[in-house]
Design a protein around this ligand. Structure first.
Ligand SMILES: [Zn+2]
Length: 412
């Protein structure tokens, strides 16, 4: 039976959200946490964008070192030859790509405004897929942008052309969050049956249904005989109303009525990392986790009213669908209420050594400590806020990789 995989797009859709962004070190930490939670693939950035190059190369190096393993790192670009050429010039070692092009009449008329016909779209896409293979890609996904507003006949034609040119997956983009669970199920099932490629579900929350449509789309893919790859972002951060939230989608797939028993995950998911990744993304994006967010919100396991409190004390299952421990919650967290020394862009060696010493990190020499401090200063310049422990530990452990991903060369 086909299976469900998670493909997180926080480092692409998440960071392209208006008014929000992540530093290159924060993006790297997100990849590390996604790997720990068991996500199959991270869409780790924009390989045609110059300021991403060093970050992307540094993360590919981490993959080679076994730090980012088994997660697959994939870059997002437009399905045009020029982008493929730029990608392999800027990031020669990239091996996994998703190529995106709009397929709906709305976009063809409204965005391309007569410059491209429907046939041109398919031509651009197939030529880009061919070029990706020719440059040494190992996996190629093809994204139909605005698929939910594209008529099915054309979508089938587009998908079949992608398959003929060897694409590994077809991404069904509900770009505007227009689908509902019923419509996406039918469309995706038809795509899976007729195109015979694994289907990615890329759903947005403009109508408040991103998780529900992702689940229904995954069911459609599997019922149509194909694997499903659900696109998520951490805390649902993404364009406008956002994407399907990673943790909520994992919970929906594994806990909702009748679903887990019938539909299975492709890899093992370690839900106990949920709390850590949600909290980090909240800090890094500077977007608080809503109190009522599934699983990781402050009220997800809070009970006050008499009947509920009494019920949950007698047996948690009376009013809780899953336990907080499963999500890695419940450990006490230390909050400094007295003197505090933090490491920032103007820190000196003494304060920095104190901070690292508190995490039981010691350096072999003063020079080594100075080198790491210098990198920490640069990381602070980019992040504009104190680094979290895992960021400091990362820099201390992989200073060479950190140096690379903190290097921005606009004059090159
Ligand atoms: Zn999107």
């Amino acid at each position: 039976m086909p299976k469900i995989y998670f493909l997180d797009v926080t480092n692409r859709d998440g960071v392209q959200t208006a008014k929000l962004g992540l530093s290159k070190l924060e993006k790297t930490l997100i990849n590390i946490y996604l790997n720990e939670i068991g996500v199959f693939q991270s869409e780790f950035g924009f390989p045609t964008t110059k300021h991403e190059s060093n970050y992307l190369k540094a993360n590919l190096e981490l993959a080679e070192m076994g730090v980012l393993k088994p997660i697959r790192l994939e870059g997002w670009l437009r399905a045009i030859i020029a982008d493929i050429e730029t990608v392999f010039k800027l990031v020669p070692n990239i091996r996994h790509l998703n190529l995106s092009i709009s397929t709906s009449n709305q976009m063809i008329q409204g965005k391309f405004q007569g410059r491209k016909s429907r046939d041109d779209i398919i031509n651009d896409m197939t030529r880009a897929v061919d070029a990706a293979w020719a440059h040494g890609a190992e996996s190629v996904g093809v994204n139909a942008e605005d698929a939910s507003r594209t008529d099915l006949d054309y979508l089938l034609k587009f998908g079949k052309a992608a398959k003929e040119h060897g694409a590994n997956r077809l991404r069904y983009c509900d770009t505007l969050g227009y689908d509902n669970p019923f419509t996406i199920y039918e469309t995706v099932k038809a795509l899976a049956e007729n195109v015979a490629l694994p289907i990615e579900l890329h759903c947005h929350g403009d109508l408040g249904m991103a998780v529900a449509t992702s689940l229904a789309g995954a069911k459609g893919a599997i019922d149509g005989g194909q694997d499903a790859y659900i696109n998520t972002t951490v805390n649902g951060i993404g364009e406008r109303a956002g994407n399907a939230d990673l943790v909520a989608t994992i919970l929906a797939v594994t806990k909702s009525k009748g679903f887990a028993g019938t539909y299975q995950l492709g890899g093992s998911i370690d839900l106990s990392k949920a709390w850590k990744i949600a909290k980090f993304a909240s800090y890094a994006f500077n977007v608080p986790i809503p109190r009522n967010q599934p699983g990781v919100g402050a009220n997800a396991f809070a009970h006050e009213s008499g009947i509920h409190a009494d019920g949950v004390l007698k047996d948690p299952e009376n009013y809780e669908l899953y336990g907080f421990e499963e999500l890695g919650r419940g450990e006490p967290e230390l909050v400094e209420t007295g003197r505090e020394i933090s490491a920032g862009e103007y820190s000196g060696i003494s304060g920095f050594s104190h901070v690292m010493g508190k995490m039981a990190v010691s350096f072999s020499s003063r020079e080594e400590a100075q080198d790491v401090l210098e990198l920490v200063r640069y990381a602070n310049v980019e992040a504009h806020k104190p680094l979290v422990e895992d960021e400091l530990l990362f820099i201390a452990k992989y200073p060479k990789v950190a140096r690379k991903l903190l290097t921005l060369n606009p004059l090159d």
